[in-house]
Design a protein. Structure first.
Length: 318
């Protein structure tokens, strides 16, 4: 029952939004140009439910490259007009266009030298007539069964604000990197700001093939990465992890009295080498040895599997 009613409400609001969409004309272009060329900031003003929508619009504008703030219309005449100057563009949001708190700030805004844009559901209202520009957010009826509570009208206001915001983003060629500057927090900030360089280390453990077991363990312990690369002078020839050492000891391989080269070679020959996942990396020259080593390990695993298969086949024949 309620699910069907919800679908009816959705359909009703969508129908009204489609009507509003079809009513958008060249006046919208003028408003976008005014907002784009604003030398100060965009000041969103409203009261009640439309004030809440205006507050959201200001937040969206500000996070996408258009400096914007919200000022409650009722508070504006009690000192908050001090946050506004003549370079600003004021967007007054009122569905009726005749709210007293909104009308009372028009003259003070004009005296400050502000350009005024009205967003209203009534283009014949006092607000629309006294503003420099007016955008219609008119809907024929609210989704509220009483036709009183702001429902469809606030949805229309929100959508018009989103349309303005997106057009301004595109005019400014606003990119994800720009958005990250204004939104460094939360999951979105981590997604946008996260860089490999922020979490990678260049202090990679390394030992030589002739390094003794004690030095291998010491290098792995000091660098806190649980592994060490094995070099033959300047060429990377292997890798030893702490897990490799544990498995080596479990398998009875004597590495305690041998050098790193022997340990790495024994691990490769006697233990199954785990295959590294295939990722796409942007690498610099300092990382190439490591990736070449991964390729060697993968090739070694394939060779090991092939030898095991041949050995099993020979046993069966006997």
């Amino acid at each position: 029952m309620y699910a069907e009613r919800a679908k009816q409400i959705f359909a009703q609001e969508i129908q009204e939004l489609e009507k509003l969409q079809n009513s958008i004309d060249a006046n919208f272009d003028h408003v976008v140009e005014v907002l784009y060329h604003c030398q100060g900031k965009v000041v969103m003003m409203g009261i009640g439910k439309t004030g809440i929508i205006a507050h959201k619009m200001a937040a969206s504008f500000a996070s996408t490259g258009t400096p914007a703030i919200f000022v409650n219309a009722a508070e504006a005449v009690h000192g908050d007009l001090g946050m506004i100057n003549g370079n600003d563009v004021a967007v007054l949001v009122s569905n009726s266009g005749s709210t007293n708190e909104i009308l009372s700030i028009i003259d003070p805004l004009h005296r400050l030298g502000c350009t005024i844009i009205a967003m209203t559901g009534n283009l014949d209202s006092p607000l629309a007539q006294r503003a420099d520009y007016a955008l219609s957010i008119h809907v024929d009826e609210e989704a509220c069964p009483l036709g009183i509570a702001p429902t469809t009208s606030t949805t229309a206001t929100l959508l018009m604000g989103d349309a303005l915001m997106v057009c301004l983003m595109e005019m400014r060629q606003f990119k994800a990197e720009d958005f990250a500057l204004y939104h460094p927090g939360g999951a979105l900030g981590r997604q946008l700001m996260g860089r490999v360089s922020k979490c990678m280390t260049t202090n990679v453990p390394r030992v030589q093939t002739h390094s003794i077991f004690k030095d291998v363990v010491s290098e792995m312990t000091d660098k806190h990465l649980g592994m060490t690369m094995v070099y033959d002078r300047t060429t990377c020839v292997g890798i030893i992890t702490d897990g490799d050492l544990r498995r080596m000891l479990e398998k009875g391989v004597d590495g305690l009295n041998n050098a790193a080269g022997f340990i790495q070679s024994s691990i490769a020959k006697k233990l199954r080498i785990r295959k590294f996942p295939k990722f796409t990396f942007v690498v610099d020259s300092g990382m190439k040895d490591g990736f070449r080593m991964i390729q060697k390990l993968n090739a070694l695993e394939e060779e090991s599997k092939s030898l095991e298969t041949s050995s099993e086949a020979g046993t069966e024949e006997e």
